[in-house]
Ligand binder design. Sequence first.
Ligand SMILES: Nc1ncnc2c1ncn2[C@@H]1O[C@H](COP(=O)(O)OP(=O)(O)OP(=O)(O)O)[C@@H](O)[C@H]1O
Ligand SMILES: [Mg+2]
Length: 229
Amino acid sequence: MTMQLQCHDLHAGYGERAVVRGLNLQVAAGEIVSLFGPNGAGKTTCLLTLAGALPAISGRVEMFGALNTDPMHLRVRAGLGFITDERSLIFSLSARDNLRLRGGSVADALSYFPELEPHLDRPAALLSGGQQQMLAVARALAAKPRLLLADELSLGLAPMMTARLLKALRAAADDGLAILLVEQHVSQALAISDRATVLGQGGVVIEGEASALRERLTEIEASYLTGAG
Ligand SMILES: Nc1ncnc2c1ncn2[C@@H]1O[C@H](COP(=O)(O)OP(=O)(O)OP(=O)(O)O)[C@@H](O)[C@H]1O
Ligand SMILES: [Mg+2]
């Protein structure tokens, strides 16, 4: 089992102020690990820190089997993909040209989302929200990362589209991709995850195998009410 991402006692935050303290995570090739927590718990902060876009306050991040302190663009070159909560498409360009932006092939992108094919020549601005997000995910997957960090893919989308996107991520993981997923739809995310960690105020409040956490949905949701920052 190839470990693609590991962090040990990570403290992440802004300046001296730690938002998340003592995070330990491991994501192996072929695995989806979900990171849950209420608004403001520090999920995005964790992803930014793990990606190298934000300096860690303390702790250790290993990527692709070695300690990594590189800036994000070098990690991307080494096989990191990052889908942020903004879709980061260029709306004036066609869907096809957006797919080409990250160097992946259009055919590979379509293998994950064949339903995008009829829309390839339309400007990204004219696609629906769901189609735009499929485009963003297709582009990230077509770049053939070894590790993907995904932040709130389903923001503003209908449950069926959320399920469609998560299914594509599961297929990519089954092909060997390691995925760290931040998702507000806990139940849907657990259905495709191997393990999950729930952040509360300042740190981890629940973690475990997804199969066990599926039985603890009420507890996870309750932690959002007491754990909010
Ligand atoms: N650039 C920043 N500078 C200082 N504090 C920040 C910055 N960005 C976020 N924060 C603070 O860090 C904390 C965690 O924010 P973060 O965005 O990581 O939470 P989140 O779990 O992703 O929330 P959401 O579910 O709303 O996306 C919040 O208190 C937020 O106000
Ligand atoms: Mg966030």
